[in-house]
Design a protein around this ligand. Sequence first.
Ligand code: LAN
Length: 739
Amino acid sequence: MGKQFHLPATDLTRWRLHSHEGDHEWRYLDDKEVSNGSTRPQTFAERYLLGLTSPSSTPTPPSHNNNTTKPPTPSTSPAAANPKSPFTQPALDGFHFLTHLQLPEGHWACDYGGPSFLLPGLVFAMYVTRTPVPAAWRVEMTRYLARRANPDGGWGLHLEGRSTVFATALYYVMLRLLGMERGHPLAERARECLLALGGATGLPQWGKIWLSCLNLYEWDGVNCIPVDLWLLPSWLPFHPSRWWVQCRVVYLPTSYLWSNRCTVPLDDLLAEIREEIYTAPYSTVDFRRHRNTAAPSDTIRSVSGLLVFLFSILAFWCNYLRPRWLLRMANRRVGELMRQEERNTDFNCLAPVNKAFHMVCALYEDGPDSERLRRHRERLAVYLWLGPDGMTSGGTNGVQLWDTAFAVQAAVEAGLADDPVVRESLSKAHHFLDITQLRDDLDDPFRQGRKGGWPFSTKSNGYVVSDCAAEGLKAVLMLQKECGFPALISDARLGDCVDTLLRMQNGDGGFGSYERTRGSRLLEHLNPAEVFDDIMIEYSYVECTTAVLTALARFRAHLPGHRARDVEAAMRRAAAFVAARQRPDGAWYGSWAICFTYATLFAVQAFEARGLQHGSSEEVRRACAFLLARQRDDGGWGEHYSSCVEKRYVEHETSQVVNTAWAVMALMHAGYPDPEPIERGLKLIADRQQPSGEWLQEGVEGVFNRTCMIGYPNYKLYFPVMALGAYSRMYLPKIQNRG
Ligand code: LAN
């Protein structure tokens, strides 16, 4: 964190978190609301999320209510001599803490921040569309940037990363648009950092697109994104419908913006900023020459020679040959596809990147007073998250379904479902799972079938994700079939989920994120975004594949009659995929969290679902050996995010509760015969637990596209519970049965 500046803050006690079917909005009470006293007090969850809780205001955990002191620090004596697990009470205390954070609709909220290229887009979209930024947002966004600046004055691709042009230029422009003077020390230091990194000509393509919309860069200096692409027949191997959906939905609105050169008129402020972000006066910059300039601080992969060649042909086509009528036709097509995305996501869009671009397109297509733009304005707040350090944008509109599914699994796997407080919480979570299931398919030709599946966040988002559907299915099966909760979700609806999952399996037996893989890996040569790797197509992932495999196994145990042969075949192929992905060192690489401990936990569960454990599988033994070799003297595991970037295990400076929970769970699922290392890991987790039952925030947990980190703050709460509770419920019986 950089030098601290004195910046105004809002009164954090005035913020309230609203939720409608999981869609969040932080609202700031105005003076009138405060003075007439009609507002409800902040809840514990709100105060916790805003960093306003203190030990005295924190509810006491059951171990205290029972008049017992916190259970004695567990000894590391052999399990057999320790029939009542010393880890059960910490698990219960941990889950009780989670119940205080649950929202009335049954899900959990959290700060899903980290990436730095999301918030600027939303602010830019507001600037271009002349949408006023509420004063409280302005104050809190500025404060956030001040709190998160690096010592050199810049910002990185994600919160823990070193400064890049991408983040520093976008945040700098954002600060200025929010009203910060160029002479403010925060702005001054950011500008110095940006210019030292080479200035805004080194922006990757997505940054260049934004600055062009803002009239701070020239469209001629952005590699072409022709709308015509969307008129091509979909059988073509490079058709956009074959791209990874996250990439496809970004290039849909940006193709419109690029092809129509959409640019906000220059005003005084923009004219000033123009002269602040380049190393030379604006009028002397030859933007055309910078189409492929990417700052060394930012570049993960440079644009391929093939793509540079294609770009030059396409630019010629777009600038000189393409008839106007064709452009109009393509615009219409892209407009239809954009409206379809808006309708299907209740104007949230898939994620904040395409949301912000859509909002700008709505202005240019439909005008400043259009209903479409009004709906977009209304749905900005779902992405904005307020925390102790200010306001930022989440990577999606939240982690609602994902967190809820894992919280349920943690309670059940830890054997806590009979506790009355836990039961009430599970019942609310069950309701959320019920209302969030996707009940129908869409008429969109490019969308993967979703009926019966679950999304990552909310029903409004509406995109099925293979592992979210799988984790949701497991949670419902646990509640309804194993813990006696009512059948809110019928067997037919559970069967729909399985049918949807079966349709998502790839040719290699694995599962991708949102869709089946539709294009060739060769398309990666056409990746124009210099800062992200592997974004062009869906790939199969070990985590997603295992999630589906274990969900199918649990489903089959309860409903063996549903498509028995298809389910068995899918499981067999999925297991083969996971086995094939094991690295020579025995571990698996994690694509969605940090990193080898995460993926190895999943992979080991895939083997377990096929009846293979330490005693019966060489692969599982190698996985255990990999983990054991990395256990630290304090009993924990700690992986640094560089593991993801460098694709080798990189130690964190300290053991991390979340990595430790994953590693011990992997060993337990593997049936590792010696409880000693597991107990040492669990002891570290129990020792780090606070008197309130919670665990404190440590390093960032999640990742995407290998280089961008993203926070999953609830991981530190439910994965420890799951690990602590699994010890006596799942692990001890497993090794004791074996004799
Ligand atoms: C996510 C978040 C959730 C994540 C899991 C469910 C954990 C994973 O197992 C499958 C993939 C998925 C759904 C996922 C995909 C990529 C997302 C949407 C994100 C990491 C959150 C933000 C990110 C998105 C791509 C950000 C925009 C950037 C681009 C490069 C397009």
